[in-house]
Write a protein that binds this ligand. Sequence first.
Ligand code: XMP
Length: 538
Amino acid sequence: MQHDKILILDFGSQVTQLIARRVRETHVYCEVHPCDVSSDWVRQFAADGKLKGVILSGSHASVYEVDDRAPDAVFELGVPVLGICYGMQTMAAQLGGKVEGSHSREFGYAEVRAHGHTALLKGIEDFSTPEGHGMLKVWMSHGDKVTELPPGFKLMCSTGSCPIAGMADETRRFYAVQFHPEVTHTVQGAALLNRFVREICGAQADWIMRDHIEEAVQKIREQVGDEEVILGLSGGVDSSVAAALIHRAIGDQLTCVFVDHGLLRLNEGDMVMDMFAGKLHAKVVRVDASDLFLGELAGVSEPEQKRKIIGRLFVDVFKAEAEKLKASGQGHKGATFLAQGTIYPDVIESGGAKSKKAVTIKSHHNVGGLPEQLGLKLLEPLRDLFKDEVRELGVALGLPREMVYRHPFPGPGLGVRILGEVKKEYADLLRRADAIFIEELRKFTDEATGKTWYDLTSQAFTVFLPVKSVGVMGDGRTYDYVVALRAVQTSDFMTADWAELPYALLKKVSSRIINEVRGINRVTYDVSSKPPATIEWE
Ligand code: XMP
């Protein structure tokens, strides 16, 4: 790859990915790797001369609790280094300064005063004090702090409770801040990271999706040669963009298999076919497997068990289709590659830091292990990209904005939005109610921002509750099902707030669902945040 690059070493902070996203927003390419890579690995990574700087992330741990240190090579390469939070502390500890535990944790908003006119902070401020000191509004989260600067460093910023909130050795171009520039609560955070990456590191801003198409197409052609590729199209953003990109690269050497499990949204199957087979002229095989899925799901109500069944059946159906295609002799030798819409956050998480001990709340990944079972090689053309970049790429490839900026939809589909046992009758009611909700979200515009409520929410959908309640319609009594509307706002889907949708919108949706969908006589709105609730109900 011929791009300048920034290396981000992950010490296990929840927000490391945000650092990478902020860097990519400056159109500079960067990669996240675990902090325990070796010095040899770092030198190898820098061997192409493209490494322009290193960022050391924060951590949830204290320098006392863990012995995670940056590989020494980081400080020996001659490139600028930026330490953030724990990254600052380990930089101080490794270069001869002192870090001490603190009795009080500083957590949340803080005002930081800049000192020393460093290249990193010069001219970047939120306001200045009457004495003329530049001040920054930042977000802090730390217990330990640096109490003695390492030799060669000077003070870069301070707060009342954290006298050394930033330090710099401008000769070696090492900078460190105790606060988190990657979070949006730090008002000048993006400006600061931009300054580091573009000016101090001097990295080229050449990571641009429009231009990336040519590069990605070339790479796919080299990797695939004259072989055949098979791809499971789900209608989701990632598989759609992967399909469009691969189709651009190799045309008819790609066959898409679209498995309809009967748990898709209203008209979704037709829309996918229309787009890919109709407009892009890609080879798409549509498999209607709804009877199979609904049959196997009958009588099963436990969410994880439902997920497992759907995941297993998806693999079975996909495998059978792949075999069929091979037997039919489509293409000259049948597919040898399986394409997947894996994106960079999946790559970071699966290769992640050894210290991650997350519990499984929900098993999200349904298609793992498929390539080995099929004896196929993997083609993952989006594995370097964040979601925002995948979307930009999708638009640049000519996919409709509406499709590319769609809310995420879980692999098990409506299977986890029908509580308990899944039945066709429930799925049909839910599909219609959900379509009404989404249609109204797209219609209602917020006056203050000029955006639709669909764009103002990160994910919105309807949940089917298999309980009946009494209602009255005309002169008659009804005894019908209940649905819940769910709409959330989030930047990472790890935490989420329920959206404060306007009452007028809720009113319209409720009235339309009850009047138009016979079988539903009550609509509720879910006002639970994540945590402690999750976004999906199962
Ligand atoms: P939760 O419900 O865990 O959801 O707060 C977080 C995000 O993950 C999506 N989700 C899934 N995606 N397979 C998927 O591909 C699944 O089984 C699954 N369960 C939840 C959910 O829609 C939300 O965006």
